[in-house]
Design a protein around this ligand. Structure first.
Ligand code: AMP
Ligand code: MN
Ligand code: MN
Ligand code: MN
Length: 279
């Protein structure tokens, strides 16, 4: 029997990935992915191109998104899968987040200027081909200018809590993000739940609240999870009767340690989120 290969979390140049939607889809196909979700941050602008490219290479493209959420002061990402991107409630929600992003990018640049780094907004824009600016674009600019050695160091030096280019702020609420995804007939999934470094108590709170809001699943297998993380998150998915998802969180070939479609299978006992998808 044919078992399709799923990768349900990836980024294109529509947000902070470095491959165009077409290049991303082609690479996914070459890596043996049969079902790919494009999940750009707070935008669906890459979906039309990705859908066309997918038809050409014979891959199933799952229309997706990754929504930025603030939950009890922590930034949490909620992936939406199989969303109907024409839905107006959903699109209005994303538009609000992009407005906050635009203001935040100006504020990042102002703060970096105070720290002696001029021209960051224009510099970051050079790396963005889409309608959003993310910290990733600032990071690429800062590395290019020699302010940090690599993409890992630059976040810790400039772009995280208490660093010169960090801007606190409120993204969507958890309830709103899930509601927007559901308004667009999609399934909501907590992205890379082990990455937030929450205590067991707080992680249980997050998952319980997410489930109450109508959340569908947890990303059990993720490019940013260890094997142990995946086992742990599988336990949570089973305990909370949530489906399990799997995605690389691919951003481009500049991260050679991560590839599309190379994730390990879901741990035994999980109910895969794609189980009830029509063929
Ligand atoms: P933003 O949504 O604009 O705040 O940017 C968040 C993005 O920055 C994430 O989706 C990652 O792609 C990237 N990112 C966040 N933290 C790090 C890190 N420590 N190292 C490398 N990339 C990171
Ligand atoms: Mn990203
Ligand atoms: Mn994320
Ligand atoms: Mn992501």
């Amino acid at each position: 029997m044919f078992t399709p290969h799923y990768d349900l979390h990836s980024h294109s140049t529509a947000s902070d990935g470095t491959l165009s939607p077409t290049e991303l889809v082609q690479r996914a196909r070459a890596q043996g992915v049969d079902v790919l979700a494009l999940t750009d941050h707070d935008t669906t602008a890459g979906l039309a191109e990705a859908t066309l490219a997918a038809q050409e290479v014979g891959l199933r493209l799952v229309p997706g998104v990754e929504i930025s959420v603030t939950w009890n002061g922590v930034t949490v990402h909620i992936v939406g899968l199989n969303i109907d991107s024409r839905n107006e409630v959903f699109q209005a929600g994303l538009a609000g987040l992009r407005e906050f992003r635009a203001w935040r990018s100006e504020e990042i640049a102002r703060r970096l200027a105070k720290a002696g780094i001029e021209g960051a907004l224009e510099g970051a824009r050079v790396f963005s081909k889409g309608q959003i600016l993310s910290r990733t674009h600032f990071a690429r600019f800062l590395v290019q200018q020699g302010h940090a050695k690599d993409m890992r160091k630059v976040f810790g030096k400039f772009l995280t809590h208490n660093r010169p280019g960090y801007v606190p702020g409120e993204w969507a609420s958890l309830a709103d993000a899930v509601a927007w995804i559901r308004a667009a007939s999609g399934q909501a999934v907590i992205a890379h739940p082990a990455r937030y470094k929450l205590s067991a108590t707080r992680l249980r709170m997050l998952i319980a609240e997410f489930k109450d809001c109508g959340g569908a699943g947890l990303e059990v297998v993720s490019g940013s999870h260890s094997a142990g993380d995946a086992q742990g998150m599988a336990q949570y998915a089973m305990r909370f009767e949530l489906a399990a998802s799997s995605g690389s969180d691919y951003h481009g070939p500049e991260q050679p340690w991560l590839e599309l479609g190379q994730s390990p299978p879901l741990p035994a006992g999980c109910r895969a989120i794609w189980e009830d998808w029509a063929a």
